[in-house]
Design a protein around this ligand. Structure first.
Ligand code: TRP
Length: 464
């Protein structure tokens, strides 16, 4: 009876799930956050957060998906006996709409910069961050160009999702993920071979515990969540295409290892090149689109290296974007009985249209002007500060209160050949981790709400 599509292989699933996890967060966000918040000291905190907060929720989402063989709304509905918990699923679908609207805009930028690099367009920016900054802000603020690139990016995304789980998502990940790894490896090699490049390693990896403050810890926590694509049912959806043979625990560990490894490779590539060329490593969010274009022309073969760098950024964004669209498509296929084509085309189209407003909001046309923020920033903050953490905390609570730890553990133990300890030991570990992660995530949300309402976050009140 079960004609639900399934992943073709374990490797395919691991690549698809890590494709969702590896995105702009790894290549753009992690390097500058680590660089500015204590280097290896930040990385250690981030790894602890990944293991305590990220891993249990990742396991939880995968287990919910595989157990029910349904996407989030149906999954919560089935496990909770048609109760209010299904709203956690709806929250996930809503987050997917919000995130993809602006993620698609940035996806378009990565394409534009790949082509700009390839056509030698970085030459005119060489060594001139001011000019590069102006070129970038003029580009993203213009009406026509970024919208075209965004629509091209969204067409790739829609094209892959229409082809389905195995020949779309899985095949795409099997091509793009190895390419990302290989090209990043080459870039690391190049960076390390440049004179002075090794100083970048020190910047990224030498522990500077004095640079670590409470706000960097909150940042590491939030990022652990974001980078694993948790809190909106992506991993529930991907888990729902798994069969009952796989060991979820080892798959989850693989996803985490790949995600972390790629973030560190990206950081190494970026900072070795930045230091070798004497550029400003603390440029923060502008590092990628503003600083890097000014230094690629100065290294041998810079046209190719620059184009390759933005091409990996494009692929990383695309493998994440498809996992967001799949959450929406899967909802309409599972719950409304729509065809994959109809759901993907219609909602891919709607999201592209909302994305156009996001892009225009960085120029003259901003529909959230009355709130003093651009529509782009509004959607970004709404999702990453509120919707995703709330979704994640509710998922943890759902497992603790409704689904129950023993049932969760039984799902996890399917496919596990031997186990070392008594079941009760694992149950306690899972319980403690889930309680800690819901508390921590709850704290982050409260912190944000305070900050928003009173311009007073908890760390500011504590005097930092
Ligand atoms: N993990 C992605 C990154 O590192 C971003 C992301 C957050 C995401 N939540 C998601 C991607 C949900 C897909 C689905 O960039």
């Amino acid at each position: 009876m079960n004609n639900r599509e399934q992943w073709g292989s374990r490797l395919g699933f691991i690549l698809a799930a890590s494709g969702s996890a590896v995105g702009l967060g790894n290549i753009w966000k992690y390097p500058h956050m680590a660089g500015q918040n204590g280097g290896a000291a930040f990385t250690v905190v981030y790894l602890i957060c990944i293991l305590i907060v990220g891993l249990p929720i990742l396991l939880g989402e995968l287990a919910i998906g595989r157990n029910t063989q349904l996407s989030p709304v149906g999954a919560f509905n089935k496990l909770s006996g048609l109760s209010k918990w299904k709203w956690v699923g709806f929250l996930g679908v809503a987050s997917a709409f919000v995130i993809l609207s602006f993620y698609g805009v940035v996806g378009g930028w990565t394409l534009k910069y790949t082509i700009l690099a390839l056509s030698g367009g970085f030459d005119a920016l060489s060594g001139q961050p001011d000019i590069s900054g102006k070129v970038f802000s003029d580009f993203i603020g213009s009406s026509f160009q970024p919208v075209i690139w965004q629509l091209i990016f969204m067409s790739f995304c829609i094209g892959i999702i229409i082809k389905g789980v195995k020949s779309g998502i899985e095949s795409g990940a099997k091509i793009m993920m190895p390419l990302i790894l290989v090209i990043l490896g080459l870039l690391v090699f190049k960076g390390l071979s440049l004179e002075g490049g090794k100083k970048g390693l020190e910047f990224l990896f030498k522990p500077k515990f004095s640079d670590l403050n409470p706000s960097s810890i909150v940042m590491a926590l939030g990022h652990a969540f974001f980078t694993l694509s948790l809190g909106m049912g992506t991993m529930i959806t991907y888990g729902s295409y798994l069969d009952k043979k796989q060991n979820l625990f080892s798959s989850a560990i693989w996803v985490i290892l790949l995600d972390t490894f790629i973030a560190m490779l990206a950081g190494t590539a970026i900072f070795t090149i930045v230091f070798a060329m004497g550029a400003d490593p603390s440029a923060g969010a502008g590092l990628i689109f503003v600083v890097l274009p000014t230094i690629f022309p100065q290294i041998g073969g810079g046209v190719i290296w620059g184009a390759l760098f933005f091409f990996i950024l494009f692929m990383a964004a695309l493998t994440s974007a498809i996992s967001i669209l799949e959450v929406i498509t899967a909802y309409f296929v599972d719950e409304k009985g729509w065809s994959r084509n109809k759901a993907t085309l219609l909602f891919g189209g709607v999201i592209s249209l909302v994305g156009v407003f996001c892009s225009l909001s960085l120029g003259d046309f901003n529909i959230t002007n009355f709130m003093q923020v651009s529509f782009f920033d509004f959607l970004d903050e709404l999702s990453s500060k509120y919707m995703l953490p709330i979704g994640g905390a509710l998922t943890a609570l759902f497992i603790l209160k409704k689904w129950s730890i023993p049932v969760f553990l039984d799902e996890l133990l399917i496919g596990v050949k031997e186990r070392k300890y008594e079941k009760s030991f694992y149950q306690n570990v899972l319980k403690i981790c889930l309680i800690i992660s819901s508390l921590i995530v709850g704290l982050i949300i409260i912190n944000e709400v305070f900050d928003l309402l009173f311009d007073q976050s908890l760390q500011k009140m504590a005097g930092f």
